[in-house]
Structures are given as structure tokens and as C-alpha cells.
Design a protein around this ligand. Structure first.
Ligand code: PTJ
Length: 260
């Protein structure tokens, strides 16, 4: 039964509905439901809104995507259920390739994710190839497309388990992750970690890229000097520290007082 709009947790329940729908459509794995629950818990702790520190990561991610030589967006079962339309929009505006990459191996689910992206107007969607592997990785995530993640200099990886980010970095790539948990291995290893919910982070990333593109610089598509400075001044460790400090502050603020 859909939640009534008056429900105090209406927004969160609507997002949960999307994940459940994703599972019913065969896009999201069963494990994806538990992964979502972990995300919900951290979303609660950051206050269920895009924080100032997440906005800083989004600004840098937008700059890194725009200045990339060969950016690729990686899509798994949870990302497809929560943000297919937005990821397609992002791929067009950067522009960047879209590639399906899942942890829980299933050819059928890969095809369903691809179909979902096409339904949301993706022009092309790459699939992993058995003949093409990322080094330093044992899970199903090691398979990549030779014209996609394998070749990419920047990989955008919304919410996934931590085995791949480190491996992609060791393969010489820079990695942007969206992960509500600042303690996760992905968050700790990424070049840029956006500690935010994918449903809020991706629309904001699109908006920021549009803004940068509007600030044309002479004949250039955007002000490259400005974007490179944003990237240079970014410090991911500081972002993680500030995110954890915020969680700590929220916990203290909500601590029951005057216990007797
Ligand atoms: O479709 P597959 O087979 O590739 O599987 C995808 C999942 C997500 C199930 C798989 O990668 C996995 O098991 O991931 P983990 O280890 O549970 O990690 C997912 C991370 O994403 C956790 O750190 C969560 O806190 C975080 N997360 C969950 N939901 C969101 C989120 N981060 C941002 N936005 C969310 N909505």
C-alpha cells in the first residue's frame, strides 16, 4: 500500500518503493534491499538532506567529469532502480558512456538494467565482456567493456560495495563515488566521495555541470582553469572527516537530556 503524503517519513518511503519496484522488475538484487537499508540508516544520521560538505564533493565531481578525457558511468541494480532517468541525463550532459556493472553475477539482470536505461532514453549502454578484465579484482565486477570502464580515465560509481574502487584506482583511474556511509571502503578509497543519497546527489550534479557549462570561457566549452583549481583544492580525507563530524554532531544533538 502506498504511504500517505502526511506520513512523517513519506520521502524515505517513496525512495524505498523505488528499490522494491526495482526488485520486482528484476533490476535490483535481493541483496540490494539490505544495501538500501544500510544507506537509509546513514541518511538518517546525516539529516536526510544534501550537506554543505556533500555539495563541495559535487562541485569537484562536476569539475572532474567535465575535464575528463574518457568518463564512464557505472550502473548497478540499486543505481538503476533509484536513478535511471537521472543517470541517462548525466551521461548526455557530460557526455559520458553508460556501462552496466554488477556484483551479484546475472546476465539476465544486466540485460534488464540495460533495458531500463534505454527505456529512460539512453542512446547506448555498454555491457561487461568476459574477454576484458580489470586487474587486482576477483569479483564479477572485474569484467569491463573495452570501450567503457576498461578505457576510462574517470569512473563514476554510485553506491556499491568496496572491492572495486581501490582496484580501479590501482588501474590508474580516478573514481567518483556516491555513498551515504563515509566509513565504507569505497568512500575511503575514492578520489571524490559524495556522502549523499543518489536520488539527491545526481540531480544536483547535473545542475552543477549545467552551471559550469553556462560559464563559457572564450571559445572554450567551460572555464577549464577554474575547474582545475576546484579539483586541485579538493581534499577527500577532509570531506570524510567533516561528514563524520556532522554525524557526531547530529547524534549529540538528538541525545536525550536530563536523564534522572
Ligand atoms: O546490483 P549489484 O549486484 O551490483 O549489487 C549492488 C549492491 C549495492 C547490492 C552491492 O554493490 C552491495 O552489496 O553494496 P554494499 O556493500 O551494501 O554497499 C552499498 C553502499 O551504498 C553502502 O555503503 C550503503 O551505505 C550505500 N548506499 C545504499 N543506498 C544508498 C547508498 N548510498 C547512496 N545512496 C543510496 N540510496
Amino acid at each position: 500500500m502506498p504511504a500517505p503524503k502526511s506520513h512523517p517519513r513519506y520521502a524515505s518511503l517513496k525512495i524505498r518503493d523505488k528499490i522494491v519496484d526495482g526488485m520486482k522488475k528484476g533490476i535490483t538484487s535481493l541483496d540490494g534491499l539490505t544495501a538500501h537499508g544500510r544507506g537509509e540508516a546513514f541518511d538518517y544520521l546525516i539529516g536526510e538532506k544534501t550537506t554543505k560538505v556533500a555539495k563541495k564533493s559535487i562541485d569537484s565531481a562536476a569539475a572532474l567529469l567535465l575535464t575528463a578525457k574518457y568518463p564512464v558511468i557505472s550502473v548497478n541494480g540499486n543505481a538503476a532502480a533509484l536513478a535511471s532517468a537521472e543517470l541517462v541525463q548525466l551521461s548526455k550532459i557530460v557526455p559520458a558512456k553508460l556501462e552496466v556493472n554488477i556484483f551479484h553475477a546475472s546476465k539476465e539482470r544486466e540485460m534488464k538494467i540495460k533495458e531500463e536505461l534505454i527505456k529512460n532514453r539512453a542512446k547506448g549502454v555498454l555491457l561487461p565482456q568476459k574477454s576484458c578484465k580489470i586487474r587486482y579484482l576477483d569479483s564479477n565486477r572485474k569484467y569491463a567493456n573495452k570501450d567503457g570502464i576498461y578505457k576510462a580515465d574517470i569512473v563514476f560509481v554510485p553506491l556499491e560495495d568496496g572491492d572495486r574502487t581501490g582496484a580501479l584506482i590501482k588501474n590508474g583511474k580516478r573514481v567518483i563515488v556516491v555513498d551515504l556511509n563515509p566509513l565504507s571502503r569505497s568512500a575511503q578509497k575514492a578520489t571524490i566521495t559524495i556522502v549523499d543519497n543518489i536520488v539527491r546527489a545526481v540531480p544536483l550534479l547535473i545542475k552543477t555541470i549545467k552551471q559550469y557549462k553556462n560559464e563559457r570561457y572564450g571559445k572554450n566549452k567551460f572555464d577549464e582553469v577554474k575547474l582545475k583549481k576546484i579539483i586541485k583544492n579538493y581534499n577527500n580525507k577532509r570531506v570524510l572527516k567533516e561528514s563524520l563530524e556532522l554525524i557526531n554532531k547530529n547524534l549529540i544533538k538528538n541525545m536525550p537530556q536530563n536523564l534522572s
